[in-house]
Design a protein around this ligand. Sequence first.
Ligand code: DC
Length: 210
Amino acid sequence: MIVAIDGPAGAGKSTVAQQLAERLGFRYLDTGAMYRALTWLALQRGLPLADGDRLGQLADENPVMLDEQGRVWIGGTDVTASIRKSDIDRMVPVVARHQPVRQVMRTRQRELADDGNVVIEGRDIGTVVAPDAEVKVYLNAERDVRAQRRLAERPEIGADALATDLRLRDQSDAARMRPAEDAVQIDTTGLDVRDVVGRIEELVRARQPA
Ligand code: DC
């Protein structure tokens, strides 16, 4: 079974998707980490981020690996910590926007999704990567709350810079921030993680054979 969790930055996707996968005994696939890893490699190699064809080729030649411990690898390097830095936050939408990059990533994500029970988080999972997912959820929250959550993760950046970053990322990601028509939409603004996980778990159990 595929459980697709989409939504904007700071909506609570990662925490919810990880906890849900743990409760259900499903694998967890973070597609944002794949775009982040590619961005890290492109910066490392000094490639122009405007060159979509070159970046698509880079993605094709350097598949992102997600290991059992939840670590992220690209080109033989463990980039788990590096991809959470603010320079990557800022540059990843530029890389993720290119169609050649998205084609390579989506093909790889479909291969990874095809293998047993999985919770996948991203932006376009329910709409493009796995339109047949049995459960689709779109998480959202008010922008102030999303900014506060990011601030808790990245206190070194500062509230004003973070609010600006979030606004810019929302703009760049906007083309992909569309809920699937059959997604269940959950506003996480006033909810705690346990409640959100519980609601999605109910949706999954309802789809599982008794
Ligand atoms: O969820 P995140 O912040 O780790 O995502 C990083 C970036 O990758 C974000 O700018 C949106 C983009 N992304 C995407 O375009 N499609 C996905 N399926 C996942 C992430």
